[in-house]
Design a protein around this ligand. Structure first.
Ligand code: SF4
Length: 340
């Protein structure tokens, strides 16, 4: 599929992350993906800035993903696996921090349109870390926490690597997302809307596709949603390369406990996922049509979560009502420094 998906604000696209965002809070989904329909410029731009922010608890995972992709791309190109992944991770983390400082300085220099052309659209990977936007820097001790996590994850990863099937597959069969799509891989669902499938890494051999997803969270909390996520990637592979479910293998690699989860690629699960995509896409389309350019209607039709803990992890601090959440949990941001 090569055509560009047409811009259509009443035809929202579907991805695992958009559904996950919606599941945690209707409003966070609307502010993340549909702030452009808010007519008031100052409110719209603030939500737009917040939508670009990398939540603090996601920062270590983003550094891990970027580092592992850098290392695998280097291995694919040269046949030599970089010996010091921690050094790469340190460089990647530094780039995120420098980018965040630059981005925030630019936004502050022009509070309404700041950084729009230079920094908001197409940076290769970086998002500004929310701590630099809201608090100026990390809280004391947080850098040490990140370092400890990355060392644990990469310590496990180097022992995991030889056990994964891709390590014995010719490197010419390795595929990274940017090699199949400029932004994120996607396909058109049979109900005629785009489904994004931003897999981490796969190998594409004749009559066999093996898809991997790196996970830095805790397995017991994420196993079920990972199965759904990988099912979406399987549907992408079927659409893109015409393979059958029995020709697809799906793995999530849990670097925190060093385990590998194999997910069955099952036609019934794919159909179940398709029914879910159709239902949420229809629901979102109907609600967005009713908003019809009215901010208060957007907030009404996409209500805030009643779960205060969800709010503590949310970058939308300008969300109307956030400050009214009970128990002061939202303003006391210590919880934002816990792991995802
Ligand atoms: S602050 Fe809370 S209610 Fe508002 S968008 Fe974020 S998670 Fe949802």
């Amino acid at each position: 599929m090569t055509r560009d998906w047409p811009e259509n604000r009443h035809q929202p696209t579907v991805s695992h992350s958009s559904i996950a965002k919606f599941s945690s809070c209707d409003r966070a989904y609307a502010l993340q993906y549909h702030h452009n329909i808010i007519p008031d410029v100052a409110t719209r731009m603030e939500h737009k800035r917040e939508a670009r922010l990398l939540p603090l608890n996601c920062f270590p995972g983003s550094v891990f993903h970027e580092t592992i992709q850098t290392a695998l791309l280097a291995y694919q190109a040269t046949g030599v696996f970089p010996p010091d992944l921690i050094a790469i991770a340190r460089r990647v983390a530094g780039e995120y921090i420098e980018f965040s400082k630059q981005w925030v300085a630019d936004v502050m220099a022009h509070p309404v349109l700041g950084g729009f052309h230079k920094y908001w659209i197409d940076h290769e990977f970086a998002q500004p870390i929310e701590a630099y936007y809201y608090d100026g820097d990390f809280q004391p001790g947080y850098r040490a926490q990140i370092k400890a996590k990355l060392e644990r994850w990469f310590g496990r990863y180097t022992t995991l690597l030889p056990s994964l099937p891709f390590s014995s597959v010719d490197r010419s069969f390795w595929v990274f997302p940017k090699q199949v799509s400029k932004k994120a891989p996607w396909f058109v669902h049979k109900d005629e809307f785009a489904v994004y499938a931003n897999f981490d890494f796969l190998t594409l051999q004749e009559n066999k596709v093996t898809i991997y997803d790196w996970k830095t969270g805790r397995r017991e909390k994420g196993e079920h949603s990972v199965a759904e996520q990988l099912t979406t990637y399987a549907a992408y592979a079927i659409s893109k390369w015409g393979v059958k479910p029995e020709q697809i293998e799906l793995y999530s690699v849990w670097v925190d406990d060093g385990s590998v989860q194999k997910v069955e690629c099952d036609q019934a699960e794919i159909e179940r996922a398709e029914r879910r995509w159709s239902a949420v896409q229809l629901d979102w389309s109907e609600r967005l049509k009713q908003v019809n350019g009215r901010a208060e209607k957007l907030y009404e039709l996409f209500p805030m979560t009643q779960n205060s803990v969800t709010c503590t992890r949310c970058p939308f601090r300008s969300c109307p009502g956030r400050s009214r959440m009970p128990s002061g949990l939202v303003s006391a941001n210590e919880m934002e420094f816990e792991d995802a």
